[in-house]
Write a protein that binds this ligand. Structure first.
Ligand SMILES: [Cu+2]
Length: 338
């Protein structure tokens, strides 16, 4: 009898204990600055655009209380999640729930699955709320069993791409209509030169998680390297493939692995060239630079960002190192709308 029990215990799968997380998100009327003097009225999550990082492990039980402090209805859709047996937590107004009315709260409960680079966004009037009111944030679900290449990663970055129509900047509740012409383009809510560099060192194994959070296509090109595309929409590719440019559309995610083997200052930009303007002025929009720490910036007299004040965590790289949970990002905070 005892021997049978011991055998059973040995054969029993070792159930990694799932964590339970309780998070709170409030939706606020917030003014953010995309670049220079270009402000935009957003419906922010906890006052910031993009929203806080939610970083959990596959199988974790998630509870998110959402409080709507704006004057318009909203929901949150957890993009990429299976919601098995929890479809009423999918966040689609008039299909899985009534939209969260102004002043009301709604609690979402679901299991974090599958693993990968996911994101969350409003699902009410998405052509306005997602396309140009900043209602999006990253949801990173670590796999229970990481791939060998994931175990090698030394630097982890998130880039969320979006486009904005400045005509509607100060007209919340309007916009997102046929004929809109986007004229501002951002990575993590900022346009060049108000973006930040990626600071890496030779030998780093860099993962860059691209998220198409806006309404435009983006063709992201990284100079000086060939990266491997290892995941699409959070799911590992059977055959990762090398590339130096990757096209991503609205809603899509790609995980790239870049092996840092070529010290220098390397441009990273949207190769759809009209996405590298700020309003009527080139150059701006979706541009940043990979800065190898081996290169002394002060000696590069031509370098536009030679004296730039470095703000870490612009790509959530510091937040991603923290224990699992929800992490706000000071640098993305706007100011309360009047
Ligand atoms: Cu909304």
């Amino acid at each position: 009898m005892l021997a049978t029990m011991v055998t059973l215990l040995l054969l029993w799968p070792n159930p990694a204990k799932a964590d339970t997380h309780q998070f709170s998100l409030s939706i606020e009327d917030t003014i953010v600055t995309l670049v220079d003097k270009q402000t935009f009225h957003t419906f922010s999550f906890n006052g910031q655009t993009p929203g806080p990082l939610i970083h959990v492990v596959e199988g974790d039980e998630i509870e998110v209380e959402v409080e709507n402090n704006t004057t318009l209805p909203h929901t949150i859709h957890w993009h990429g999640l299976y919601q098995r047996g929890t479809w009423k937590n999918d966040g689609v107004p008039d299909t899985t729930q009534a939209a969260i009315a102004p002043g009301e709260t709604f609690t979402y409960r679901f299991v974090a699955a599958p693993s990968g680079t996911m994101w969350y966004h409003c699902h009410v009037n998405v052509n306005e709320h997602v396309a140009m009111r900043g209602m999006w944030g990253p949801l990173i679900i670590d796999p229970k069993e990481p791939l060998p290449v994931e175990k090698e990663v030394t630097k982890d970055y998130i880039m969320m791409f979006s486009s904005w129509v400045s005509n509607w900047a100060s007209k919340p509740g309007q916009g997102g209509i046929p004929g809109d012409e986007p004229d501002y383009f951002t990575v993590n809510g900022k346009s060049f030169p108000d973006t930040q560099p990626l600071r890496i060192t030779k030998g780093d194994v860099v993962r860059i998680r691209l998220i198409g959070a806006g309404d435009e296509l983006h063709s992201i090109h990284i100079h000086g390297h060939t990266f491997d595309v290892i995941a699409k929409d959070g799911r590992p590719l059977v055959n990762p493939y090398p590339a130096d440019t990757i096209l991503l559309g609205p809603g899509e995610r790609y995980d790239l692995i870049l092996r840092a083997d070529n010290p220098g200052l390397w441009m990273v930009h949207d190769h759809i060239d009209r996405h590298t303007v700020n309003g009527k002025s080139p150059m701006g929009g979706i541009m940043t630079v990979i800065e190898y720490t081996e290169i002394p910036l002060a000696e590069q007299s031509f370098y536009k960002w030679k004296d730039k004040k470095f703000a870490p965590d612009f790509f959530y790289e510091e937040s991603l190192k923290k224990p699992h949970g929800m992490h706000e990002n000071e640098g993305f905070q706007g100011i309360p709308a009047p």
